[in-house]
Design a protein around this ligand. Structure first.
Ligand SMILES: [Zn+2]
Length: 254
């Protein structure tokens, strides 16, 4: 199969726009719709016509352009069954799967950031669109879910193959990196990643995408079971979900 093409570009102050394009059929999906103009500009630059929006959750900075893009292109909007999404055509829930350009897209329910947040996984392409559940070196804030729910959601993503390429919703990586080293100061892989992120950002480059393997090695929010982090937090006997909750609470205060 001809590989799908991906276009990544900035939207709003720190959101990512992502377009997923099949060169054979012309099908083009926008992962969320944070802002109309940059999405239309990216489509025009590539000569692509939007056919789908895959919505991950209801926050305005992920759905603001849904109706405008639907008006303009007549797109099909596929989004979370448990949330209210502008212009939604097809509601999907965890465990569902649908077709995009002849490829299965699996829906993973990841409550925590919002109550009905979903991620889109293309197993054949080894691609995950994690939006505001998993960031490079971070995870979404818990607006509607409990730490235990978010931990369970992150465990589902961590169980995907390590080579899975992960696109995420926001360029928060530099501040995430500065926090990560405070809870995992002796992690050599993290230290070298922080240096790499500092030089990427200094050059104005994106830190997306990442991979599941890289996040498991360096993202403290996936490393609640790690003995060194537990020792550092003096939480050797706590459950993984409790360690995760402590890391999330520290990040909220950071
Ligand atoms: Zn959000």
């Amino acid at each position: 199969m001809t590989p799908l093409e991906i276009d990544l570009f900035p939207c709003r102050s720190d959101n990512f726009g992502v377009l997923l394009h099949d060169p054979v059929t012309g099908a083009t999906a926008s992962i969320d719709a944070p802002e109309e103009k940059p999405i239309r500009d990216a489509l025009a630059r590539r000569g692509w016509t939007l056919s789908h929006i895959f919505t991950t959750h209801h926050h305005n900075d992920h759905v603001e352009a849904n109706l405008a893009l639907k008006d303009r292109f007549g797109v099909t909007i596929i989004g979370p069954a448990r949330e209210t999404i502008p212009g939604i055509d097809r509601k999907v829930d965890g465990g569902d799967s649908f077709d995009f350009a002849g490829r299965p897209v699996e829906v993973i329910l990841t409550p925590g950031h919002t109550a009905g947040h979903i991620c889109f996984h293309l197993p054949g392409e080894r691609l995950l669109f994690a939006a505001d559940t998993l960031f490079a070196l971070g995870c979404g804030r818990l607006f509607e879910g409990t730490p235990a729910q978010m931990w369970q959601s992150l465990e589902k993503l961590a169980a995907l193959p390590e080579e899975t390429i992960v696109y995420f919703g926001h360029e928060y990586t530099l501040s995430n990196a500065r926090f990560a080293i405070t809870v995992d100061p002796d992690n050599a892989a993290l230290a070298s990643r922080v240096a790499e992120i500092e030089s990427l950002r200094a050059a104005g480059a994106f830190t997306a995408p990442t991979t599941i393997g890289l996040e498991k090695a360096t993202n403290p929010f996936l490393r609640a079971a790690d003995p060194a982090i537990r020792r550092h937090l003096r939480m050797e006997k706590a459950s993984d979900a409790e360690v995760f909750a402590e890391i999330r609470a520290r990040k909220d205060r950071f």
